[in-house]
Write a protein that binds this ligand. Structure first.
Ligand SMILES: [Zn+2]
Length: 327
């Protein structure tokens, strides 16, 4: 297997390079700054934006190797060359291509989205021999409608709620979808008020050159404002003097339980992950001879890709064989 999964950490086989490891490693590529992809490593390779967002979450980092899209880096140990490409997932999110001396090219997508976004560089389909791809929504039943159209519906829904004298609040993740949602609503003429956490990350986006104009919640929503909050940050405001109505923005909106899981009144299918048709498109057009799936519906995605003629398998934890104990 070109990659190994050991104690929950993925590593490129025969190299010291870990990929989005959740525990401390000597050297790790971090694809983006979501909590389930970061840790304090001895050395971190990531885009400058991801390093800034990581430091915002974790505090000052140890040795960092900032790498911009299109730049190449040779690892002094391991004899491989790295190159980063946009992943379209959140600001700074990158895919990495690892090229061995024999020319074999492995691409690890991290979390990836092929849908156009206002706050993340558009994802590239990166030519490779081995593709290691996420499968969060890797089941054929996940087909997302075009993102722009969904945000049009979200904005129309928000205006309807404002017209009824209610405060519409979007429930999102604090990093990535929160800022994308602000940008999409503002682009549709709606002023946005956010919780302090989303506002702080929005400030960091602005500092990194991606404008995300919003106002930080100060105890009350103003006339005409739409809220963008994490579910946790909104909790204390429920039952307060201002009547709220909530919408979860999540890929899980395609499921009947999508709104309920976020504690929302309604849900709209907005995801920063690729849906099944996008994953299939990527796997078929990158030229890979083998596809390795991980996260989420990895078994289902591997099976579905095989049905479409793509050689695919899911990555599994390497099991340490132990000697049988005596009776
Ligand atoms: Zn993510």
């Amino acid at each position: 297997m070109p990659v190994e999964l050991k104690q929950g950490s993925l590593r490129v086989s025969h190299t010291p390079l870990h990929l989005d490891a959740r525990r401390r490693t000597p050297l790790c590529f971090v694809s983006h700054a979501h909590a389930d992809h970061i840790a304090r490593h001895e050395r971190t390779v990531a885009t400058p934006q991801t390093l800034a967002l990581m430091a915002h979450r974790l505090g000052p980092l140890e040795a960092t190797v900032p790498l911009r899209f299109g730049e190449r880096l040779s690892l002094e140990s391991g004899d491989v060359e790295l190159e980063l490409f946009p992943a379209g997932h959140v600001l700074g999110a990158a895919q990495v291509r690892v090229t061995r001396p024999d020319g074999h090219r492995l691409v690890y997508t991290g979390d990836v989205s092929l849908a156009p976004a206002l706050t993340a560089a558009p994802a590239a389909v990166v030519p490779c021999d081995t593709l290691v791809v996420e499968a969060t929504f890797g089941h054929p039943r996940y087909v997302f409608p075009p993102r722009e159209g969904v945000y049009d519906e979200v904005a129309a829904w928000a205006r309807t709620q404002l017209g009824r004298g209610l405060v519409p609040v979007m429930l999102t993740y604090g990093l990535g979808k929160g800022q994308e949602t602000i940008a999409q609503l503002v682009a549709r003429g709606l002023p946005v008020c956010t919780d302090a956490g989303i506002h702080a990350v929005a400030g960091l986006y602005e500092a990194l050159g991606v404008p995300v104009p919003s106002r930080c919640f100060d105890g009350a929503f103003r006339e005409g404002e739409v809220g963008v909050f994490t579910p946790k940050a909104l909790e204390p405001l429920r039952g307060g003097p201002q009547k709220l109505v909530t919408a979860a923005l999540t890929g899980w909106a395609l499921e009947s339980w999508g709104a309920r899981r976020s504690g929302a009144d309604v849900a709209f299918p907005v995801s920063d992950h690729a849906d099944f048709p996008s994953l299939l498109h990527y796997a078929r057009s990158c030229g890979a001879r083998e596809v390795i799936t991980l996260f989420g519906f990895k078994e289902e995605l591997a099976k579905a890709l095989k049905a479409h003629g793509v050689f695919a398998r899911a990555v599994h934890e390497r099991v340490q064989m132990s000697l049988p104990l005596g009776p």
